[in-house]
Design a protein around this ligand. Structure first.
Ligand code: 8YV
Length: 324
């Protein structure tokens, strides 16, 4: 019926920006709030035409999408969308959008913070002061320094470029590996292993998903070597976690700074017990201002669709207009 609000499923928290932006224009159905999910889908599934996904932790696979026969659009929070089967969506005329761009600088800031914390042991020095140890003895000098390091970036997309710009300002040489050569002046390595051999610091900022699963394996870590520092800002799935634990235990590499883990929010006990590494609770983009901008882009993609306009940020698997 003309003028009727389209029915949209909200998967995830009722965040204020999402609710405020969507409720005036669409009829929202709260999946998270439904006690009996199956009964809920049975009652509204036939009328849902779009899904707004509030967090990257919510899995949207083919079986889930199939339950909404009129589904046209999935607007997902986060630049990463490995939680969505975008290929299946593309093959079924469903557009998937993510929230690129608005978080690049924030995630790059966090990356530099994590790198410095890892190399210079700032969290450990904070623990040292709080434990009252300073009056007894000066905090030990750190073996590692950012000086004289070379960073190899695994991934040189928008966020990778923002990280590399910061490293340049820090006077740290940057090289990179990615699927395709990018329009940047840094040295390009077609093979990750070759790059790992030549650098002592590896920053991982590639998309998650099947194509990059266990990309950072035992061989890569060995090539990185005993002064090697691994920073993972991508997805836990990109690093072979048991191989990393071994490499850290055996000092095959020097240290690691990890923002992401294979089974978040659970972190393997072996990692928790290591004092020489730094662990962040997946907070790359987690400031109020940046998360609000990401939420707003989720809203704007839904509103564009509801107004019959092209999606603002479709993912490559579901280009607009669709390639036939
Ligand atoms: C979020 C992210 O921290 O955008 C992404 O892909 O990983 C981060 O910005 C994450 O989505 C938290 O759920």
């Amino acid at each position: 019926m003309a003028g009727e609000k389209p029915d949209v499923l909200l998967v995830g928290a009722r965040k204020p920006v999402l609710i405020g932006g969507l409720e005036p224009k669409v009829t929202l159905h709260d999946y998270l709030g439904a006690k009996d999910k199956d009964a809920f889908i049975a009652s509204v599934g036939d009328k849902i035409r779009a899904i707004a996904v509030a967090y990257t932790a919510s899995k949207i696979d083919a079986a889930f999408m199939q339950r909404f026969p009129k589904l046209e659009q999935i607007s997902s929070f986060g630049v990463g969308y490995d939680h969505i089967d975008a290929k299946w969506a593309g093959a079924h005329d469903i557009t998937v959008t993510n929230t690129p761009g608005v978080l690049d600088e924030e995630v790059a800031d966090t990356t530099l913070g994590l790198l410095l914390c890892t190399v210079r042991e700032f969290p450990q020095s904070d623990r040292y002061v709080r434990a009252g140890k300073w009056p007894e003895k000066q905090f030990p000098l750190t073996k590692a320094t950012l000086r004289n390091r070379t960073v190899g970036m695994a991934g040189m997309g928008r966020i990778g470029k923002a990280i590399a710009r910061r490293l340049e300002a820090f006077g740290v040489p940057v090289v990179y590996h990615s699927r395709n050569k990018q329009d940047v002046a840094y040295k390009y390595y077609p093979k990750l292993l070759d790059m790992a051999r030549d650098v002592d610091t590896l920053i991982v900022i590639v998309p998650g998903g099947a194509a990059t699963a266990n990309l950072i394996n035992a061989e890569v870590l060995k090539a990185l070597g005993p002064s090697g520092v691994l920073i993972n800002m991508a997805r836990g799935s990109v690093v072979d976690e048991p191989a990393l634990i071994d490499a850290l235990k055996n000092r095959t590499i020097y240290s690691a700074g990890l923002d992401v883990f294979a089974k978040e929010p659970h972190v393997p006990k072996e990692l928790l017990e290591m004092d020489h590494i730094v662990l962040f609770p997946h907070l790359g983009s987690s400031t109020e201002v940046t998360r609000a901008a990401m939420d707003q882009l989720v809203v704007d993609n839904i509103l564009a669709w509801a107004a019959g306009k092209p999606p603002l940020t479709p993912v490559p698997e579901t280009p607009y207009p669709a390639k036939r």
